[in-house]
Design a protein around this ligand. Structure first.
Ligand SMILES: [Zn+2]
Ligand SMILES: [Zn+2]
Length: 241
């Protein structure tokens, strides 16, 4: 027997919509987690068991299998909950939570005199945390808002400050050792979005590393956002009449 309790989000008490399973196996709707947890912090806790996680450990992968079970067994409740979430999100706030995806891959080569040498590539890109935000902003590519990305290398590199002005925002170099790269994403002036600064520590093991951090950006100066606000204001006026 499938019990609805097993498919109920303990934050909104509705059936799961876009469920994300944390590593403790507790699942919550994507939208509920985003509202409850401040992902700007380095660590966050599971709202149920208080187990602590590191923000960089990809908290928001949607569990499609779990979602399909909900859709098949509780179609009406699912639709109802989906409508509720959509209604709340049509009032998109000025601050948008987005994902900064970054990491590095590498290959190594034996350099007879000095041991192993690594050719590494570090990369940065932005994405939405919620599908509904992407739809609301008419599929706007968040990377198109970027003016440039600056990578601050170890001082043994020359030049040691590299600014990439066009996508894809990545950088490839040769080196002998790992180090930490401060990275700064600057946005085009007209968007008036504060730069995003973070660090990536190179990894020369396995396939390299992929990380994801969630940050807030102020989108109140984006044309797409202003159009959306105008539209929802018109809707409100029509409803009042
Ligand atoms: Zn929920
Ligand atoms: Zn938990």
């Amino acid at each position: 027997m499938i019990s609805k309790d097993d498919y109920t989000c303990s934050i909104c008490l509705g059936v799961f919509v876009d469920p994300c399973k944390l590593k403790c196996n507790h699942a919550f709707c994507n939208a509920c987690l985003l509202d409850l947890i401040d992902f700007n912090n380095i660590k966050y806790k599971c709202p149920m068991c208080r187990l602590e996680f590191v923000n960089k450990d990809n908290p928001l992968s949607i569990d499609e299998d779990l979602q399909n079970i909900v859709k098949e067994n509780f179609p009406n409740q699912y639709q109802q909950r989906l409508e509720e979430i959509k209604n709340i999100q049509s009032l998109l706030p000025n601050e948008l939570k987005i994902e900064v995806n970054y990491g590095n891959y590498f290959k190594s080569e034996d350099d007879n005199d000095d041991g192993l040498q690594y050719q590494w590539t570090t990369h940065v890109s932005l994405d939405y945390t919620r599908k509904s935000d992407k739809i609301a902003l008419k599929d706007l590519d968040l990377n198109s808002l970027i003016k440039n990305v600056t990578f601050q290398l170890d001082e043994t590199f020359f030049p040691d400050v590299i600014t990439v002005r066009q996508p894809p925002y990545l950088l490839t170099r040769w080196g002998y050792d790992v180090f930490t790269i401060p990275i700064k994403i600057k946005f085009k002036k007209e968007h008036k979005i504060q730069p995003i600064e973070f660090e990536h520590h190179l990894v020369f093991e396995g396939d390299g590393i992929e990380k994801r951090q969630i940050v807030k950006i102020d989108i109140s100066n984006l044309t797409q956002f202003q159009e959306l606000k105008q539209y929802s204001q018109q809707q409100q006026i029509q409803q009042q009449q």
